[in-house]
Structures are given as C-alpha cells and as structure tokens.
Write a protein that binds this ligand. Structure first.
Ligand code: PLP
Length: 392
C-alpha cells in the first residue's frame, strides 16, 4: 500500500513546516545579506566561556550530569534561574519553575496541558510563527486580537474573551516578534487583570526582555498576576545560546506540575549538562556584562537599519523598537512583499514577508527585518539593495 498524507491526523495534514525555513534554504548564496533570520549574532556566542564552564561543572558534579535526572530540573539551576527572573518583578516559589528546552517547549507543554482540539487561543496578530505552528499542532482554534504601537489592545481582548471563552492567551510583551513593539505598563496590568477576572491562562512569552537598547525596563505581566493565571516563559536562547536549548517556565504550582507530567513523555528532562552550565554562568555573574556587550552591538545594528529606511520607497512606515531583534515595515499600500521577495533575493538581500505572521494571512505589504545577523556595513548595503529592488 502506498504511504500517503491520509495517514496523518487531519489537523496535521495542512501543516507543512515554516515558510521561513524555505527562505532560509536560499540564504547560503554567496554575497547574500540576510535580514530574514531571528538568530542571535555569532559574535554574541561565547564558545570559550561555555567550554570552560562545561569542564568545570563536569569536574564538580561528575557522572550525575551524565545520568538521567529529575523532570523537575537540576536544583542549582532552578535556584539561579529563579533569582535571575526575580528582576522581572516576581519570585518563583517551590515547584513554580520548570526548566524547559527553550520557550518553544514551554509553550508546547502549556498547550499540551490545557488545550483540547477546537479550544480557542487568543493571539496577537501578527505573532511568532513557531507559536502559531504549536497551536495548529494541537488543533486549537486561533482567534486574532488587535494590536497597536503599544501592543495588544485589552478592550479587544476582553470582547473576545466574552465572545469566544478562550482557554489560553498568547502574548509576547517585549520587542515582539515580528513587530518589535513593546506592551505598555498600563496594558501589562490590564492583561493580568483580565486573565484573573475571566480565568484565562495567559502565556507571557518573553525571550527578548533583556535585549533592551533604549527606554526603561518594565515589569512582566506576571508581576501583576494575583491569582496565578499567568505563565511566564523565559529563554536563554537569545541571551546565551539557542543551540543549548534552555529556558524556564514559571507558573502556579498546579500548572507547573501538569506541565512537568507532560514533559515526562516528551523528553524526560532538559539536559543536565546544559542546566549546570547556565547555572554556573549565572552564579559567576557573567550575564550582566555579557548583556551589556551584546546590547551595545545590537543597538548599533538597529540604528544602521533604521537609518537605511531612507533607501526604501517613499511612504514606507516602520516600527522603532527599543530592543529585540526585529524591525517591522509596511510598504506603501498595493506593494506585495511576498511577490517582491524573489527580486530582492536576486539582489542578494532577504527578509520574511509579513503575511506569514498573520493568523489569517493578508497584509501583503508588510515585512519583518532582522538586524542582528549582518554587520553595520552590510546592513547599509542590504537596505540599499532592498530599496533598489523594491523601486524597480
Ligand atoms: C517570541 C518567541 N518565542 C519563542 C521563541 C523560541 O525560542 P526558544 O529558542 O527559547 O525556543 C522565539 C524565537 O525566535 C521567539 O521569537
């Protein structure tokens, strides 16, 4: 018998993998300047430091790091990660922090614990593609909520809570992927209040928080969560290394317990060696200096990109993010960033068309531009090439 698509669960059949991955295949071309990815810069990664810490923790903990461990996580890391996150405005108590393999796994385990097929999840529109894919995988019904330059609009959220009785809300509060927008303080309070008032779990996905280049740090939504409805998802991917796959989910004890049980059948536990290395990194106080250094570099790259908008067609609008890795652009109405991508790739510059980030597509004139993976010179060159290709 022939193996066909019919074998797969009906809701999995339309999921063909991220459109971005297809664009990434084209980036190997010599001379290509990529504004398409979401990776930290290679210059932000520290192989020598990580290698020293690996030797050190293996000498300290020996075979226990190479054995199976508890799903609940490596004790010292739970402690140091809790301490690291206390700056965000809350303190994780016993049983409230679960080490996970990146924010991706944190969100996956949360949906796994909460969502039945057909359940509604409210999501910002546009939002992170990986999160959309996870929601589709669990066969959730995704309802988009409106956003503006201050992030998600609580009035629209409330209306949709009343209309759709969602199981979950998914919000990226700092330097959002893809728009770069940050949720204002007032709205953070309002979102925590809505979650508690209506009893809807709010996933606060905050991997960019400490990549701030301007303005004041804001407390997390979770800092205003009085009844345990907010789950804070943190990640060391954008700060230290995405390849190490480590993050932390913080939520109420019952929810973290259920996510822990879900994790048992997913991967048993997050790698102990990685948890021990990041624990040592935090305990040695390496994070503040590292963040200061990479934020200094990223700010220069961001400034170069913002400057480069002078090359883009008149009428192009863009966000001016205070941090993170992305700028969001809206080309003049009628231009189609997806249709124009081929021409831009021929001109050796890549980006991600914004339409992919919308729950229901559309918005063809939008694009996401990443500035962390090109030098200042290349950013200028790339923006010039982009302008030339779009003007043709
Ligand atoms: C908003 C958001 N959440 C989560 C992730 C995934 O990060 P992690 O490596 O922690 O799984 C990303 C990565 O691009 C992201 O932009």
């Amino acid at each position: 018998m022939k193996f066909t698509e019919e074998v797969f669960a009906p809701h999995m059949r339309p999921i063909t993998g991220s459109a971005i991955r297809e664009i990434f295949k084209l980036l190997g071309k010599p001379g290509m300047i990529s504004f398409a990815g979401g990776n930290p810069s290679n210059a932000a990664l520290e192989p020598e430091v990580i290698s020293e810490l690996a030797v050190e923790v293996l000498a300290k903990y020996g075979t226990s790091l190479l054995q199976y461990g508890a799903t609940e996580g490596f004790g010292p890391f739970i402690e140091s990660a809790g301490e690291f996150l206390s700056e965000v405005g809350f303190r994780a108590g016993a049983g409230e922090l679960l080490p996970v393999q990146g924010g991706t796994q944190g969100f996956d385990l949360l949906i796994k614990a909460l969502v039945e097929p057909g359940d509604v999840i409210l999501a910002e529109d546009p939002t992170f593609l990986g999160a959309l894919q996870a929601m589709h995988t669990y066969n959730a019904r995704i309802i988009p909520v409106a956003t503006d330059e201050n992030g998600v609009i609580p009035e629209d959220v409330e209306e949709k809570i009343k209309k759709y009785s969602p199981k979950l809300m998914y919000i990226i509060p700092s330097f959002q992927n893809p728009t770069g927008v940050t949720l204002s303080l007032e709205r953070r309070k309002a979102m925590a209040q809505l979650a508690c008032q209506y009893g809807v779990v709010l996933a606060e996905d905050d991997p960019y928080r400490d990549l701030r280049y301007a303005g004041e740090a804001l407390p997390a939504i979770k800092a205003f969560d009085e009844e345990g409805w907010v789950v804070y998802l943190s990640s060391f991917s954008k700060y230290v290394s995405p390849g190490m796959r480590l993050g932390a989910a913080v939520g109420n004890k019952m929810l973290i317990r259920k996510m822990t049980i879900g994790k048992q059948s997913t991967d048993v536990h997050s790698p102990l060696l990685v948890q021990a290395i990041i624990d040592a990194y935090l305990r040695k106080g390496l994070m503040p200096g590292h963040l200061k250094r990479i934020c200094g570099d990223y700010k220069k790259q961001l400034d170069a990109m913002l400057e480069g908008f002078k090359y883009l067609p008149a009428g192009t609008r863009h966000t001016v993010p205070e941090g993170g890795l992305f700028v969001w652009a809206e080309l003049p109405e009628g231009m189609d960033a997806k249709a124009l991508l081929d021409r831009c790739l021929e001109n050796n510059v890549a980006y991600v068309p914004g339409t992919f980030f919308y729950v229901e597509g559309g918005h063809e004139n939008t694009m996401r531009l990443n500035f962390s993976n090109a030098t200042i010179e290349d950013i200028d060159k790339g923006m010039r090439a982009l302008g030339a290709a779009l003007a043709q």
